[in-house]
Design a binder for this molecule. Sequence first.
Ligand code: ADP
Length: 310
Amino acid sequence: MKLGIVGAGMVGSTAAYAVALMGHVSEIVLVDQNAALARAQADDIAHAMPFAAATQVRSGGYADLAGASVIIIAAGVSQKPGETRLDLLGRNAAVFRAVLSETMTVAPQAILLVATNPVDVMTGITARLTGQPPARVIGSGTTLDSARFRDLLARALNVAPRSVHAYVLGEHGDSEVLAWSSARVGALTLDAAAAQTGRPLTLEIREKIDTGVRRAAYAIIEGKGATYHGIGAALARLVAAINGNERSVHSVSTMTTQIVGVHGVPLSLPRVLGRDGVEAELVPDLDTSEQAALADSARLLKQTLESVPL
Ligand code: ADP
């Protein structure tokens, strides 16, 4: 399987590294408008392969993306001082217009995996610009937020994160919704698991977990300027799910026909991922306050998407 990555900056190159180390892809091609950067990243990652896997890693132009089954879009520009969020979105939409017209010409069959932030709106923009079905235009969304939620719950209850099933829904950002009421440990509700493990999930612990998930990116950016290892591994996991036709469940962002009364909005819900992209949507039961928070998140995203000039 061939994976293309457009945007060889921190996120794109870290995703390439994670996918390469996992070894389930035969070839990775990195494309960037900065060709020297793409070449340097590809060489650096290729030099790790003798210690890890047989993945071929190289850089190239758009023509080299031909035949890719999945293409990660991690290209983008960063916010200039004084620039509004909407101006930034407009500039990133222009980047995507250029990138996607090239990409769709050479690899119209590829599933597009969007990583550029704000990822939900960029996913919506990608769906609009390409006219591809929502199942094949997938944003990394709250995949990483959900992993952080599971990890913090797992630590609080002293179980493995893999045995915690919990999702963050809606926007990958401030309005995201931690779906507490549907979280399960094994087959138990959180309250039952807390009682049986003898580790009560007090309001204080719940608040710490909520803040830990919601503020994680801010804290990392404060410490090191950017986040990329977590999202790189999350993208690699999504590529593995698609490539392996796993039908595993991940909270990814796609254009959603209808959720909590909001129509046509890009946001994250737990979804089944396989070779054809999103194969099913698995919306968890939500309590009233979670439903209201998800509706707020959805309305905000819809409004932002509609305000981007395309
Ligand atoms: P991040 O931390 O999100 O990865 P970076 O700035 O490190 O951000 O990476 C973004 C990458 O996107 C840069 O390497 C930049 O050269 C690339 N890029 C920006 N615009 C385009 C474009 N029009 N075509 C291809 N690559 C682009």
